[in-house]
Design a protein around this ligand. Structure first.
Ligand code: CAA
Length: 395
């Protein structure tokens, strides 16, 4: 076991940090206030390869591993979480889902534009009455012979106002329950796709979150992903990887707040010395540093397991659960360390605190992560690979 990042990983980390500082930080407060979508920044992310990092180069992607993606997400999330959620959904839900389970024709048609940011994608699972309870899909996809007819409403759709490609989860055979669910690639300029109002949110305010209505949308048969009835498994497997992306976002939020709090504590003086030299603040910094390191180990290990093609279902849920709790707790502490300055927008920590909250909610709430983890634990599934398992995987 070694903990040294490779030269390639360090280069990705550096490139993402540089991009975040130079291109995302200017204007981030204003975009957040005005709920302004980061159009130019998303275009730049596409040009720099941040929107299709793990996609095979034959489809226009970067061909990188999950750890590279996590490192980039972490750096970008220290600065701008509206941009990092756009990046996360596009990379780990939309591109990964199509590349892993799509047909050759689906990959060739959709991935090159998604991987380069010419198009961005949305993952359309949640509904007004099916959030955590994802098997209760009300959206229907009726088999009409050579096409499906989709009707229904999806809620909380990230990138909803700007995406060109939707992965829509819908019920085809209600009598089969979750085994009757399918997932379809839907192009947003097809007749019957209507984009609803943009949500006015607590955090990640410049990402665009919308309700989407589908009315008699004709979807060609060849746009169904996988065999008939594969949709729920698709959603679960895709979300297991997506949760590594959100965990790395949470890690970045916590790390960004920590960096700001540390700098402030070394600069601001009270009672004759820097506030970081008062034990009340020093111990807060110690707790932050320790828990962020612990979260980092969990997030990087989940990425490593995925890269080894080993079971990462529990590991990704644990990483998201823990990293998001750390992000929430320590962004609150970062505001506290800043005192009154922490409460105003100029100092960035209040935005990170608002952004942290969603990491405990989307791609499965903290409570859903505990369901996933506990079910795996009760099945006796080990989430720490033994030497034998590693050996067999590598054999
Ligand atoms: N891989 C493969 N199969 C899986 C699986 C996985 N990771 N997880 C579950 N399944 C299978 C189960 O084995 C089961 O199959 P069988 O019946 O054949 O055994 C089937 O799926 C149903 O599973 P459960 O019985 O466990 O279903 P459940 O109703 O109890 O719910 C749940 C399971 C884990 C709670 C699931 O509903 C869930 O993950 N809910 C949260 C949904 C979520 O994360 N939504 C986020 C929205 S997307 C988003 O936020 C994106 C964005 O824009 C940022």
């Amino acid at each position: 076991m070694h903990f040294q990042l490779s030269e390639e990983h360090l280069a990705v980390q550096e490139a993402a940090r540089d991009f975040a500082q130079k291109q995302l930080k200017p204007g981030v407060i204003e975009r957040d206030s005005k709920m302004e979508f980061p159009t130019d920044q998303v275009r730049q992310m596409g040009e720099l390869g941040f929107l299709g990092m793990m996609v095979d180069p034959q489809y226009g992607g970067g061909g990188m591993d999950t750890l590279s993606y996590v490192l980039a997400m972490e750096e970008i999330s220290k600065i701008d979480n509206s941009s990092s959620v756009i990046m996360s959904v596009n990379n780990s839900l939309v591109c990964w889902g199509i590349e892993t389970y799509g047909t050759e024709a689906q990959k060739a048609k959709y991935l090159p534009k998604l991987a380069t940011g010419e198009h961005i994608g949305s993952f359309c699972l949640s509904e007004p009455e099916a959030g955590s309870d994802a098997t209760s899909q009300r959206t229907t996809a009726v088999d009409m012979g050579d096409y499906y007819l989709i009707n229904g409403t999806k809620n909380w759709i990230t990138n909803g106002g700007s995406s060109k490609i939707h992965l829509v989860v819908a019920q085809t055979n209600p009598e089969l329950g979750h085994k009757g669910i399918n997932v379809f690639i839907v192009e947003t300029d097809w007749a019957g796709v209507e984009i609803g109002a943009k949500e006015d949110k607590l955090g990640i305010r410049s990402s665009d979150t919308h309700t989407i209505m589908y009315t008699d949308v004709k979807v060609p048969k060849e746009n169904r992903i996988g065999n008939d009835g594969f949709g729920f498994t698709f959603a679960m497997k895709t979300l297991a990887g997506g949760r590594i992306g959100i965990a790395s976002q949470a890690l970045g939020i916590a790390g960004g707040a920590y960096e700001l709090a540390l700098a402030y504590a070394q600069e601001r003086k009270a009672f004759g010395k820097e506030i970081g030299k008062h034990q009340a603040i020093a111990f807060k910094l110690a707790d932050m540093a320790t828990e962020i390191e612990a979260a980092k180990m969990m997030v990087y290990r989940a990425a490593w397991l995925k890269d080894q093609n080993m079971d990462y279902n529990s590991a990704s849920a644990m990483a998201k659960l823990y990293a998001s709790e750390v992000a929430m707790k320590h962004t609150v502490e970062a505001v506290q360390i800043h005192g009154g300055y922490g409460f105003v927008k100029e100092y960035h920590v209040e935005r990170l605190m608002r952004d942290a909250k969603i990491t405990q909610i989307y791609e499965g709430t903290s409570e859903i992560q505990k369901i996933v983890i506990s079910r795996n634990v009760l099945k006796g599934k080990h989430y720490i690979p033994t030497a034998k398992q590693v050996y067999l995987e590598n054999a």
